[in-house]
Design a protein around this ligand. Structure first.
Ligand code: PHB
Length: 367
């Protein structure tokens, strides 16, 4: 299949990506507990995937309070930052680029991974009945019901914003090429956006502007801490994730994208609902998104190479992120270029554990 356009370079802020194939953020739950430090194995895993135009790390906590899953890493302590620096240096040595995805899970959390065993914060105290992930004694992920949340106080909201700022500075210190604010998938920022989970009557709830405020405050604070050329954002219009409704109809999605566009961010990363349920985007919606956002657009969500070629050559998006395929095929970009089939995925080893299903997937010339 003709796929040359995926191998054209593309701009990301003031930087240039060598191709349009992105490694999507992927939860792998292999960090050390309770420090939430990424391991040396993570360094090998990411370096193996440096042939992509850009690696977006797994979702990474901005504080201990931001943690919802046992085994997800953080980027807010010196030990975490030092470990990430090794990963970043190794990816750079292989000619790759890497940004860190910054998250706060909000209500998708279990109290046993929260400071002092407290209930997690959210916009309100709405229990959506979601599940999260803890660890068994073999470091394997086990699914459990999340702890019902409590509403964040205004001081806690201020602290969340400060934590995103601190994490952005840690990311700079680690040498990352930028940060991605996780505003998608029913995590904390999205919980504020959605009426289903936001029943506040202060400046962070009620009207559309108020519900968008936390996402935009966080973006503004990260831009202040670094600059717009090093901050991207991920949102998930029209999709329900973690039992949290999209909250974005087409008009609200475009409005939100216009607000993000005013900030001049390096990219907009769309998680399309196709992989997890929701309304697939039609071309009209894609055109409206394109018109609302001036800089680079990355799209993800069950993409095949064929769909990636179609939507990049139509100009709807500039780059495409591959998720589960990048877990199983470390040299995915190289294989697309050479028309070599991808490896088979082994979902049983996606979450938790060690090398198996992490760093031991074969490269094409090994097979
Ligand atoms: C997950 O671990 O299932 C997960 C994490 C972050 C996302 C989506 C899914 O954005």
């Amino acid at each position: 299949m003709a796929h040359d356009n995926l191998f054209e370079s593309v701009k990301m802020g003031t930087q240039t990506l060598k191709n349009r194939i992105v490694m999507a953020p992927l939860t792998r739950l292999r960090a050390v507990e309770p420090s939430d430090v990424p391991t040396a194995l993570a360094s090998e895993y990411y370096s193996q995937r440096a042939g992509s135009g850009l690696i977006i790390t797994e979702a990474t906590q901005v504080s201990f309070q931001a943690k919802g899953y046992a085994g997800a890493p953080g980027i807010h302590t010196q030990d975490q930052t030092t470990a990430w620096k090794t990963i970043v240096d190794n990816v750079h040595a292989k000619g790759g680029k890497i940004v860190v995805q910054l998250w706060h899970t909000g209500l998708v959390a279990h109290k046993s991974v929260q400071p002092d065993g407290q209930a997690p914060i959210s916009a309100s105290d709405i229990d959506v009945g979601v599940r999260t992930s803890l660890r068994d004694s073999d470091n394997q992920a086990i699914r459990v019901a999340a702890t019902p949340p409590r509403p964040a106080t205004l001081d806690e909201i201020k602290q969340v914003i400060a934590d995103f700022v601190h994490a952005t500075k840690c990311a700079q210190e680690a040498g990352f090429d930028g940060v991605e604010v996780h505003g998608a998938h029913g995590y904390l920022l999205h919980q504020f956006w959605v009426e289903q989970t936001n029943q506040r009557d202060d400046n962070y709830g009620g009207s559309r502007d108020n519900r968008a405020r936390l996402t935009l405050d966080v973006i503004d604070a990260c831009v202040d801490a670094w600059d717009a050329d090093h901050v991207g954002v991920r949102i998930s219009p029209l999709g329900t994730f973690n039992n949290v409704e999209a909250g974005y109809d087409e008009d609200e999605s475009i409005w939100m994208i216009e607000q993000i566009n005013k900030r001049g961010l390096m990219y907009l990363h769309l998680s399309e609902p196709d992989w997890a349920g929701g309304t697939p985007y039609n071309d009209e919606f894609r055109k409206n998104i394109r018109a609302a956002f001036d800089n680079t657009i990355i799209a993800a969500g069950g993409y095949t190479v064929e769909k990636a070629v179609k939507n990049t050559s139509a100009g709807f998006v500039d780059a495409v992120a591959f998720g589960r395929d990048y877990i199983a095929t470390p040299d995915l970009a190289e294989r697309i270029r050479e028309d070599v089939p991808f490896n088979e995925q082994h979902p049983d080893s996606f979450y938790g554990g060690g090398t198996e299903g992490y760093t031991d997937y074969q490269f094409m010339n090994q097979a």
